[in-house]
Design a protein around this ligand. Structure first.
Ligand SMILES: Nc1ncnc2c1ncn2[C@@H]1O[C@H](COP(=O)(O)OP(=O)(O)OP(=O)(O)O)[C@@H](O)[C@H]1O
Ligand SMILES: [Mg+2]
Length: 252
């Protein structure tokens, strides 16, 4: 892993892990805090796009005119109503943004098509912590859900996407939320994968493989039910799975 891609500033309540390639030497805690502050981008008209998922993910223009994605971590499931974005400080994934930052670095070092991490922030308050992550925008990227609401994917594109998923699996990456909106095509039609919260490097057993493919299938089905006119068929999914298998199962 290239060391110059990770530096740390630690204060009493906040840890910042940042990419020195994005910040000037001697960057301060206050400057990093401001860099994460979405309201600052909102008030200066620097928000380019907002993605609504569990929470809101912002595509913004930073002061240097670079486009980055800012995501705050929210809870899912039963605890979402009660605790929203608060995670217990002693849980194994309390510093999940730092874990995602590290995994992104590791995957990029392996040549995988995943975003470049810019900054991870862990904010502690008593028993609870909150997390944020910032990544560099994949230029011109659009998620597959959005694309399929407008047009079909060409067979060649399905193949490329399957190839990138198979390559991820082959590298031993377990994606805990592999879904239609975490698969992207950039402006030059290259495939990318994003959203690595709670993902890990591990061995991809048949059980894990089946679980990820089943989740992906559910997400295509759910999106097709919810958005009328989604240009995606069962046959397209079969093509996608075949493309994943060609790469992933070559290993055996
Ligand atoms: N680095 C990136 N470059 C370009 N677009 C991105 C990047 N990261 C995320 N996006 C876009 O933002 C959307 C939401 O991002 P992401 O999947 O990380 O968060 P989320 O799905 O809202 O989080 P959650 O799973 O908690 O709901 C993605 O579907 C994708 O369209
Ligand atoms: Mg997502």
């Amino acid at each position: 892993m290239a060391l110059q891609e990770k530096a740390v500033i630690e204060s009493k309540n906040v840890t910042y892990v940042y990419n020195p390639q994005f910040f000037k030497k001697g960057v301060t805690e206050q400057e990093l805090e401001r860099y994460c502050d979405v309201s600052q981008y909102e008030s200066s008209g620097k928000v380019v796009q907002v993605f609504i998922g569990r929470g809101r993910t912002y595509l913004v223009n930073d002061q240097e005119g670079r486009r980055v994605i800012i995501r705050h971590y929210y809870r899912g499931g039963m605890m979402a109503k009660l605790l929203k974005d608060k995670f217990l400080c002693f849980s194994a994934t309390a510093d999940r943004s730092v874990q995602e930052y590290d995994l992104l670095l590791r995957m990029r070092a392996m040549g995988l098509h995943v975003p470049t991490p810019v900054l991870a922030r862990v904010t502690r308050n008593g028993l609870f912590v909150k997390n944020d992550i910032i990544t560099k925008e994949i230029t011109g990227a659009r998620n597959i859900g959005k694309i399929l609401s407008e047009r079909r994917l060409a067979d060649e594109e399905i193949l490329k996407i399957g190839d990138s998923i198979g390559t991820l699996f082959r590298a031993g990456i377990y994606h805990s939320d592999l879904n239609i909106n975490n698969l992207l095509l950039d402006g030059a039609d290259n495939p990318w994968i994003c959203d690595f919260d709670k993902c890990e490097m591990t061995s991809i057993t048949p059980r894990r493989y089946n679980e990820m493919v089943a989740r992906l299938k559910r997400s295509f089905d759910k999106e097709s039910e919810e958005r009328s006119g989604m240009m995606w068929t069962e046959r397209d999914f079969e093509k996608l799975v075949r493309a994943i298998e060609i790469v992933f199962k070559e290993k055996y």
